[in-house]
Design a protein around this ligand. Structure first.
Ligand code: XIL
Length: 321
């Protein structure tokens, strides 16, 4: 199909993409697709603590601000990701030895420095990322260990205090395939809402494969999260062809199944109330740039554009009028 069109123009909610600052550069197919096809942006890495907070009290804004400038120049909605997570932390933070008060001060400073710096530029934040374990209990992260279970609520309160204009999200994976984890997150969200904690949205990462989760599980997830009334963001969408990591070719058959999987997801999402559709964000531009190859060290083809930045069947099915 013809990729000269614009994917996001087809939808009443933003269609975003994770941008990798190692790839973004003028006059590249990467940037051309980012500007033409997507109207939302999530930083793939450069807002993470190991990048932005490399030493105690010292912040490196350079790449993050380049992305902010890109979003302003091309009028893209910028979703901040993440404020608090247990991965991609700088060594000094992981090894920080302080009293509970000192940990709390560090936690608060990190959140509020980012929120203030990007105030008016970042429309929304993943305030906490992946805080629940598969069995529905709170994950034992440095934050949980040093601040106790109340750190989640504190993160939202601190973020709101520093930027009352930003929409605040909780972001999580596997809420489709794992109903135990989903119900734990939903119970926690309800208690936050009852306590008046400023929380506005739920990010559903939706890293999928052509066989997992099943469509019925996706539908069930959307049905269960909708009554929260929160903004719902499909925040990190991709569809792996090769979850088992065997050598494969992206055959027409596999690419068609990938397209069908995505078409189902998008159709189900479109049935949600418009007021709760925060948007759908893809976790990368082309198969050449996907985190799955780097992170899991396997061959895969999970995105809308192929290794030559050409549109794949998944793109065509979503761009169809
Ligand atoms: C990934 C990035 O895409 C990789 O480049 C990086 O090496 C590791 O993190 N869930 C998240 C994202 O919330 O931040 C992760 O991004 C993918 C899984």
């Amino acid at each position: 199909c013809d990729a000269a069109q614009s994917l996001y123009a087809r939808y009443p909610f933003p269609i975003g993409v994770a941008i990798n600052m190692d790839e973004l550069a003028p006059d590249t197919p990467y940037q051309d697709i980012a500007t033409r096809q997507f109207n939302g942006v999530t930083p793939e890495n450069v807002f993470k603590a190991s990048y932005i907070h490399p030493a105690p009290g010292s912040y490196d804004w350079e790449q993050a601000d380049q992305l902010v400038a890109f979003c302003r120049a091309y009028n893209k909605r910028l979703h901040g990701h993440p404020l608090i997570w247990h991965q991609q932390l700088p060594r000094w933070m992981e090894n920080f030895s302080g009293t509970e008060q000192e940990w709390e001060a560090l936690f608060r400073e990190h959140i509020q420095t980012l929120c203030r710096h990007f105030r008016g530029r970042v429309r929304s934040w993943d305030v906490v990322n992946e805080a629940f374990a598969a069995d529905g209990t709170l994950r034992h992260t440095i934050w949980q260990q040093h601040l106790g279970s109340g750190y989640l609520e504190k993160a939202f309160r601190y973020a709101h205090e520093a930027d009352p204009t930003a929409l605040l999200f909780y972001n999580e994976y596997d809420l489709d395939a794992n109903p135990v984890k989903r119900r734990a997150v939903l119970a926690w969200l309800r208690s936050m809402q009852q306590r008046g904690v400023p929380i506005h949205g739920l990010g559903l990462q939706t890293h999928m494969s052509i066989v997992h989760p099943e469509n019925t599980q996706i539908a069930e997830m959307l049905r269960e999260v909708q009554p929260t009334g929160l903004q719902l963001h499909l925040s990190e969408v991709d569809v792996a062809l090769n979850p088992l990591g065997k050598p494969i070719e992206p055959t027409p058959e596999l690419l068609r199944r990938q397209a069908d999987k995505l078409a189902f997801l998008v159709r189900a999402y479109q049935e949600l109330p418009r007021a709760q559709q925060y948007g759908i964000t893809f976790w990368g531009i082309s198969d050449r740039n996907t985190w799955i190859r780097r992170y899991f060290h396997r061959d895969d083809y999970p995105l809308l554009f192929d290794d030559d930045y050409q549109p794949k069947p998944a793109y065509c099915i979503l761009a169809r009028p």
